[in-house]
Design a protein around this ligand. Structure first.
Ligand code: GLY
Length: 553
């Protein structure tokens, strides 16, 4: 159907030959202090980046319930011993799911059904993901890597004010919207600054520690999981759990400027979107230097965003179910044709931007580099903040609401305002389209930058802008994560979402061009950059947002 026109991509088997000196130190950028301490300890004790990532993933399932999880899924981009690899541990739709499961008898989407409550959950992938990562790359024992999470669940962790704010917000908004879930029963008693213990979760983690993947997908955990589903009108059963498999995929490997970018392939839309954005940016600006966050800069990147999101809605979905034209979408001639009618002076009409080929505000991310220069960029999610709001009582973890990332009905927006069509319609065992974009950039075969972010569709803008901040504007790691970002995704029409920090005069010029600008929130970027022979790490907004970065000497 599509021509394979370019040699842009791909493969995990390419061995990158390093010709520059690598960084001399390890570093982690983490969404909270518990994961930062646990993962850096693994590195100090001689573990590699993948060992550290596994420890962080399980700790975050305890200390960051908004997004950290064993009840969700994610993507891990890996650079190890000169080879790139990608682990897809995205959730899948259960066997009993079907295309119209969120529609009423008149074909209208039933509000909130794909977003909250038991029917919004996909079959979780995180535990099998970590298990497969460990089997392939782990050097520390599985039990040792899960031990910090068990201790934090059993002995408790101190609740950060931000976690408490989020819990209060979630309970209030569930009440206001009449959403009947058991979230407050499990999290309502957590108090800022106080110890919060999760004994049921500790027991689940102990089974995972003892029996590996089978401690989650089989035996007592699977039985309690499916019983809970049956008693509460859910559709995930023991067979769905037993059948779940995380998948190794070839990452997208693409040359941008003098650098090699290793990023997420479908079912992520993020890797393609980032590379389209970065490449078209260079094509449109040519030799010009655009000032950071100037009107021209924001406008040009928004125009590109329209084209990126039109392609996303049409072509992208689970590659095991639909033919995703990855190479054509990244072909330089195609991108030239997409970029050529972008004007510095006017906005293109939203309705005229069509796909071009012929034919959660939550989630969490962490970045790691180890002492050998191996890297992990890992984004993990239960989708919206605190996922479905449903905790499996006896297992103590939150279920994702990832089914909302499918297109419930062609053209109807999901919680992130993203629309989709046939490529992303619901089918049993299919993976829902994602924006998660864990990315590693190489410079002469050595890791130069590791980046990623939460934030639904805004993930893509956060990631490509963190790259531009570092590579186009020479910002240091802290500036790169903390400078104001913006996002445009075709729909809503001509709307730019932005952080506070974009100059008032720039906002005025954007209004004059015809944009509507709204202040929004983005996820926290976790970034590591090598400068000279040193890795520097930054967690956006640091302790204020409960993030923490650690640079080891
Ligand atoms: N649940 C957010 C994403 O995967 O894009």
């Amino acid at each position: 159907m599509f021509n394979n026109v370019s040699a842009v991509l791909v493969c995990s088997l390419v061995l990158f030959v390093s010709t520059a000196s690598a960084g001399q130190n390890a570093a982690v950028a983490m969404p909270d202090r518990y994961s930062a301490i646990a993962s850096s300890k693994v590195l100090k004790d001689g573990g590699n980046a993948i060992d550290a990532a596994i420890a962080a993933q399980f700790v975050l399932a305890v200390t960051l319930p908004e997004a950290g999880n064993i009840g969700g899924g994610g993507f891990m981009t890996i650079y190890k011993d000169g080879q790139a690899n990608f682990l897809d541990y995205r959730e899948v739709a259960p066997q009993k799911a079907h295309r119209d499961m969120y529609l009423d008898k008149n074909g209208h989407v039933i509000p909130n059904l794909s977003l909250y409550g038991i029917l919004s959950a996909g079959v979780p992938g995180s535990v099998d993901g970590m298990w497969k990562a460990h089997k392939k790359y782990g050097t520390k024992s599985w039990q040792a890597l899960i031990a910090p999470a068990i201790e934090l669940a059993e002995q408790g962790h101190i609740v950060h004010p931000k976690m408490w704010d989020n819990i209060e917000w979630r309970i209030k908004t569930f009440d206001e919207q009449g959403i009947k879930v058991n979230f407050s029963k499990h999290f309502g008693h957590a108090k800022a600054g106080e110890l919060f213990k999760q004994p049921a979760l500790a027991s689940t983690l102990k089974r995972i520690s003892k029996f590996g993947r089978d401690g989650f997908y089989k035996g007592e955990t699977a039985k309690l999981f499916s019983q809970f589903m049956e008693e509460n009108g859910g559709i995930i059963n023991e067979t769905d759990l037993a059948n779940y498999q995380a998948v190794w995929r070839e990452p997208i490997v693409y040359n941008w400027r003098d650098h090699t970018v290793i990023t997420a392939p479908p079912p992520s839309s993020g890797g393609i979107a980032i590379l389209q954005w970065l490449t078209m940016f260079d094509l449109v600006k040519g030799e010009q230097k655009l000032a950071h966050n100037s009107t021209d800069y924001v406008h040009v990147l928004s125009e590109i965003g329209k084209r990126v999101f039109a392609d996303r809605a049409e072509y992208l979905g689970d590659p095991d179910f639909v033919n995703v034209p990855v190479e054509p979408l990244l072909n330089i001639d195609y991108l030239k044709s997409r970029a050529k009618n972008i004007s510095f002076d006017k906005i293109s009409a939203t309705n005229h931007i069509k796909p071009g080929l012929k034919e959660s505000t939550d989630t969490t991310h962490f970045s790691i580099v180890d002492q050998w220069g191996n890297a992990v960029s890992n984004t993990t999610t239960i989708n919206y903040t605190f996922g479905s709001g449903v905790v499996i009582d006896e297992l103590g973890f939150l279920l994702n609401d990832e089914m909302d990332d499918f297109s419930a009905k062609a053209g109807v927006a999901n919680v992130f305002g993203a629309v989709g069509g046939k490529a992303n319609e619901i089918q049993p065992n299919k993976r829902m389209l994602s924006s998660m974009s864990p990315t590693i950039m190489l410079d002469n075969g050595n890791v130069k930058l590791v980046t990623g972010s939460p934030g639904g569709t805004t993930i893509i803008s956060s990631v490509y802008q963190s790259i531009l901040n570092a590579m186009e504007f020479d910002m240091d790691v802290k500036q790169s994560v903390n400078s104001a970002r913006f996002h445009h995704q075709l729909w809503p029409k001509d709307q730019i979402e932005h952080y506070s920090g974009i100059d008032a005069s720039v906002l005025k010029s954007l209004h004059d061009l015809g944009y509507n600008t709204i202040q929004g929130s983005f996820g926290d970027v976790q970034l590591i950059i090598r400068s000279g022979d040193k890795y520097h790490a930054a967690s956006e907004a640091g302790e204020l947002n409960r993030g923490m970065s650690i640079t080891l000497e």
